[in-house]
Design a protein around this ligand. Structure first.
Ligand code: GLU
Length: 505
């Protein structure tokens, strides 16, 4: 493939939280662009002012920044084809709608909202299309004089595409191959609205042309719009200039069929948005992957594998590796079922793979939230190394390691008491004495002394290890018990043994 001038775009309508499917669209655009030393553009498609949501645009860029998917051109960093926000490009589109009328591919429609409402009442599933347009008030049914008069009087109108009655439009999709559409099945979509704003259909085609987009990756839900876009390309700019299309398979709910929705996430207890999204009207917040405790590396890796693989069985990929290995040919046609357990597996893998220094700053706020003050970063790093194997999500670090920083809140003495006997009691009393005299304090010596003492008492270390763990940790979990003793130090170790012995009396 030619490497020069590859230009792709992500074209979101800023209407709310960013669905993980949206981020995957960004990712595939980004990978393709970077692989070919091309440009990745973010264009804000906000021509539907009724759907405007405050803060939604900024939120999209925050999500992209978190994922490390930085646009080359956008509303934030500008670029040679600015502005990149369609509402600021309003003046551009009308001439193209007029050109379509001129060429006979579009027409003025003067039907008032009331008239259309009447029609909808009269005809079930009324559609403005090749069958009904002849009974409507438009420049196909009115005389040219009346049309001119209406325009001169500023009568409100929309401009509609005149869909051919019975033509086949072929979409050559990079993922799906050839997809044929019969034009008679589509309605005469509005291209320009009464307020002079273009609709999505006109704006997306005009801007893809003006911004010299070469490849358009978007969700499969846009496939039904493809024939309209292809016709507009044919009528306005020529099919040879049209971008190559790739409609990405849907991300499906884990149970049942259909697209994964925000509601599925709420129902099944997992995030669907990239980051927390707070609806400015209701004030309701929907949790994001970031706040749930995912690393961006894991989130991006997991998304890439939803619908793509490199054929080798490898599952863990860095963004750089994805850029190198990504190929459209290996994107599956079918939808990919979302699996939250697998998503957590990716995060767990990345927590092991990256140095803890890389994500310690993301973990710290969770300690603060739990009321644990970190005073020694080196100690925190060491603790994180010890427990990371047991962590899937960032907040797990707090749960898995709070006892390194504070005396356990609760000691599960019930799990010790059942098998507790005088010999064990005696062992721990003596252990305290020995520990008080200890001159070295490290995992190996602690373990060696402990085992020697156990042998002297004719006790199996196994019988003593669980009580010792519960004394230090509070419960039956945590890393190697002598690592814990070594880390928390002499005073805390002795204090915790004494404390539990008292509770057992
Ligand atoms: N504005 C559309 C959206 O909200 C873009 C679809 C496309 O990429 O053509 O997803």
């Amino acid at each position: 493939m030619e490497n020069k001038n590859i230009r792709v775009r992500f074209a979101p309508s800023p209407t709310g939280g960013l669905h993980l499917g949206g981020v995957r669209t960004v990712l595939f655009n980004y990978l393709f662009a970077k692989q070919h030393q091309g440009s990745f553009i973010v264009r804000i498609e906000d021509t539907d002012q009724t759907r405007f949501v405050a803060g939604a645009e900024q939120y999209i860029f925050d999500c992209l920044q978190w994922c490390g998917l930085t646009p080359d051109e956008s509303t934030v960093n500008g670029g040679p084809f600015a502005p990149y926000r369609q509402s600021e490009r309003k003046a551009i589109y009308k001439q193209y709608a007029l050109e379509l009328i001129e060429k006979g591919y579009a027409y003025y429609a003067f039907d008032t909202p009331e008239q259309l409402e009447e029609k909808r009442k009269g005809v079930p599933n009324f559609q403005y299309n090749h069958q009904t347009r002849r009974q409507c008030t438009n420049s196909l049914t009115l005389s040219p004089e009346v049309v001119l008069q209406k325009l001169a009087n500023n009568t409100p109108y929309v401009i509609r595409i005149k869909m051919p009655e019975n033509e086949t439009v072929t979409c050559h999709d990079m993922i799906r191959g050839t997809v044929d559409f019969n034009t008679g099945l589509s309605d005469d979509k509005a291209l320009l609205k009464a307020d002079g704003m273009p609709t999505y259909h006109l704006a997306v085609v005009v801007d893809d042309f003006l911004m010299q987009i070469t490849h358009a990756f978007r969700g499969e839900e846009w496939l039904p719009s493809a024939p309209i876009h292809i016709l507009l390309w044919k009528y306005l700019f020529g099919l040879d200039k049209m971008p190559k299309w790739a409609h990405l398979p849907l991300i499906l709910k884990p149970d049942g069929n259909g697209k994964l929705s925000k509601r599925d996430g709420e129902r099944l207890g997992f995030p669907v948005f990239a980051m927390d999204w707070t609806d400015p009207v209701t004030g309701n917040t929907t949790t994001g992957f970031k706040e749930r405790g995912f690393l961006p590396e894991a989130f991006v890796n997991m998304l890439a594998m939803l619908g793509w693989n490199d054929g080798s069985g490898q599952e863990i990929f860095s963004l750089q590796e994805l850029i190198e290995k990504f190929s459209i040919k290996r994107i599956h046609k079918g939808g990919a079922k979302f699996d939250y357990e697998k998503a957590k597996w990716f995060n767990h893998s990345w927590l092991q793979q990256l140095p803890v220094q890389h994500y310690v700053a993301n973990v710290k706020p969770y300690f603060a939230k739990a009321g644990i003050t970190i005073t020694n970063d080196a100690y925190l790093h060491k603790v994180m190394e010890l427990v990371k194997e047991r962590c899937q999500l960032l907040p797990d670090f707090v749960e898995q390691s709070s006892f390194f920083f504070q005396h356990p809140e609760h000691i599960d003495t019930a799990s010790i008491a059942g098998k507790w006997n005088a010999t064990q009691q005696q062992f721990f009393v003596e252990l305290i004495r020995n520990l008080e005299l200890a001159t070295t304090w490290d995992t190996e010596n602690l373990e060696k002394d402990f085992k020697e003492m156990a042998a002297a008492h004719q006790l199996k270390p196994g019988e003593l290890m669980l009580p010792f763990r519960i004394m230090l940790v509070g419960g039956k979990f945590g890393p190697h018990v002598f690592d814990i003793a070594a880390a928390i130090g002499k005073a805390a170790t002795i204090h915790r043994i004494k404390h539990t012995l008292q509770l057992l009396q």
